[in-house]
Ligand binder design. Structure first.
Ligand code: SAM
Length: 224
């Protein structure tokens, strides 16, 4: 029986790839990747020539069965995502659960993920936090924001550049304009930036400028 490795990859800066991540990706028999073209560039950069298979949210159920079979046949597999840690707002959970059910050993390497640096950079309490990931785009979005508004710990969300202004409007409406917030964009990349302020201040900034990139939104918990 083989083994499953969960291998985090950089969220921007390639120097964040760990020595162990490179070694595991070289040693395993197959790499399961969200986007084999995208990950192909990463593997090439580190001189890794391990064969790849695709494992993304649209084929996840089907590829889990194939992956389990390969491991049961004695192959070691490594799961990577496009960026950061697999399973964190990316495919991974289903495969891990199936491996556990089949008594397959799973090892997770620690490594890059966008939410932890954003939490630390926010300056908001990081002793207790809630990681939400992406909110639903339409149905259930407002209800979920109202639920999050009641939580007393720091909140962490992922958001796309297309919905960031909408999210800020909703935070102002349902959580209050005085909530302290922080938005980190392009973490570990050339244009990395963290913008801090109240919900009202951040809405004004983001409405005025067409700020692009990948964002992590951190919101102060309810304190009144
Ligand atoms: N698995 C990844 C992780 O461990 O962070 C998250 C993947 S999720 C599909 C992509 C989202 O993560 C982006 O929309 C953004 O919210 C956040 N993200 C990823 N890289 C980022 C970066 N360099 N700076 C800021 N946010 C980032």
């Amino acid at each position: 029986m083989g083994k499953l490795y969960l291998v985090p990859t950089p969220i921007g800066n390639l120097d964040d790839m760990s020595f162990r991540a490179v070694q595991v990706l070289k040693d395993v028999d197959f790499v399961l990747a969200e986007d084999t073209r995208n990950s192909g560039k990463l593997l090439k950069h580190f001189g890794i020539s391990t064969p790849m298979f695709s494992h993304h949210q649209h084929n996840e159920h089907k590829s889990v069965a194939g992956a389990i079979q390969k491991i049961q046949e004695g192959n070691d597999l490594a799961l990577i995502s496009d960026a950061g840690t697999p399973g964190i707002s990316d495919p991974g959970f289903l495969l891990v659960r199936n491996c556990i059910e089949q008594d397959i050993e799973v090892e997770c390497l620690p490594g890059p993920s966008a939410f932890l640096p954003a939490l630390l950079l926010s300056g908001l309490p990081c002793d207790k936090f809630h990681f939400e990931g992406f909110l639903p785009h339409k149905k259930g979005r407002q209800t979920r924001i109202k639920e999050l508004a009641e939580k007393e710990c720091t909140l962490i969300l992922y958001e796309s550049p297309y919905r960031i202004v909408k999210l800020l409007e909703q935070v102002n409406e349902f959580m209050g304009s005085r909530r302290n917030m922080s938005i980190s964009r392009e973490l570990t990349k050339v244009y990395e930036e963290t913008i801090r302020g109240t919900a009202q201040e951040l809405l004004e900034i983001f409405k005025e400028k067409n700020i692009k990139g990948e964002f992590v939104v951190v919101i102060e918990g309810k304190s009144w």
